[in-house]
Design a protein. Structure first.
Length: 343
């Protein structure tokens, strides 16, 4: 038996420009970081050649099936599609689960796909680079499972760390952002994450966004240009350790993101965001496609008590996290998994 762990991520700027429908024409910029909220992949070899999968998160069980008869079913679609695409024909039990709820905007599904791709390659004794792992996981999600996704989540999970990622038609470049230790500590301290208490189906929002891109909707294209430029400006600010401007750019990015498509925000989310700014947050954003999940704020330490109190009054639960600098790992099952969740 082996265990794979892989981090989820928070996207700070540029989300949406990682869609092929956009970046193949205009190029895309994204800033994101992995965090110490993980997905887990537990695999055990079987004494026969059947594949079996369990998804505790969705309470789904895919009964033992020989390779040639594996079908893709809701709840276990990641495990079955990865096994089929990578042509792993030996018997295997697979359990996939996550620290984060499905549809909560932290890239959990993409992290699970990267995680299992990495684990299967380990079993096959193949060594892939980070880019091939990311591209394979993206291909499975977009072309096989038909998720309306961009590439940033797979690249973030595969590379790990805080990165400026640039997307072009035939090239993706990942530039690590190296902060001074003091700046990294301040950034972590000033980022506050809250769970809104509901998840959402990002496919509806993203499908609408893709449709608008294909129809050359000027409002959507201009909004994506804005967040693309904001990501570049944020990159320059982080390199200079200008965290105040980082917080201001989060706000500018959120204002632009709301113009992508309907469903990204609603009256409840707008009210929460407005209250957060009133009590001291410099800026913030939803962490995924929109509509629900988690909301992130940048708030300096002397105003955080008021922000936390106000969010609690509005029914939000704070999620403690730290930035995490690594990608997927294979771990010894006798090790305590909690070790990997420490800051």
């Amino acid at each position: 038996m082996i265990i794979g762990i892989c981090p989820t991520r928070i996207s700070f700027a540029g989300g949406g420009t990682d869609m092929p429908e956009y970046f193949e024409k205009f190029g895309g910029n994204v800033i994101s970081s992995t965090i110490n909220q993980f997905t887990y992949c537990v695999v055990q070899t079987r004494h026969d050649n059947s594949f079996q999968s369990f998804s505790p998160d969705f309470q789904k069980h895919y009964k033992p099936t020989v390779f040639n008869k594996i079908a893709i079913e809701d709840g276990t679609e990641i495990s079955s599609s990865v096994i089929k695409y990578l042509k792993y024909k030996k018997g295997l039990n697979v359990i996939l689960f996550s620290d984060v709820a499905a549809g909560s905007g932290l890239g959990g599904s993409s992290s699970l796909a990267v995680n299992l791709v990495n684990v299967i390659n380990h079993l096959k004794k193949e060594e892939w680079n980070k880019q091939k792992t990311a591209e394979t996981a993206f291909h499975i999600g977009r072309k096989i499972l038909h998720w309306p996704i961009g590439k940033q989540d797979e690249y973030s999970a595969s590379y790990g760390g805080l990165n400026f990622i640039q997307f072009k038609k035939n090239k993706v470049s990942v530039k690590p952002i190296k902060l001074l230790k003091s700046s990294k500590n301040e950034l972590e301290k000033n980022l506050l994450l809250f769970f809104l208490g509901n998840t959402r189906n990002s496919s509806i929002i993203l499908t609408e966004q893709i449709k608008k891109l294909k129809n050359k909707n000027p409002e959507t294209i201009n909004s994506l240009l804005s967040v693309k430029n904001i990501a570049l400006e944020m990159y320059e600010s982080l390199k200079k350790s200008d965290l105040t401007n980082f917080g201001n750019l989060l706000h500018k990015g959120w204002i632009a993101k709301k113009q992508f498509s309907s469903g990204i925000t609603n009256e409840k989310i707008d009210k929460i965001y407005k209250k957060a700014l009133q009590v001291g947050a410099l800026g913030g954003k939803l962490t995924g496609a929109g509509g629900g999940g988690h909301i992130l704020f940048y708030c300096e330490s002397n105003k955080q008590k008021s922000l936390i109190k106000k969010m609690n009054e509005l029914g939000l639960r704070q999620i403690n996290f730290n930035l995490y600098e690594q990608g997927p790992k294979i771990v010894n099952p006798i090790d305590c998994l909690e070790t990997y969740k420490k800051p």
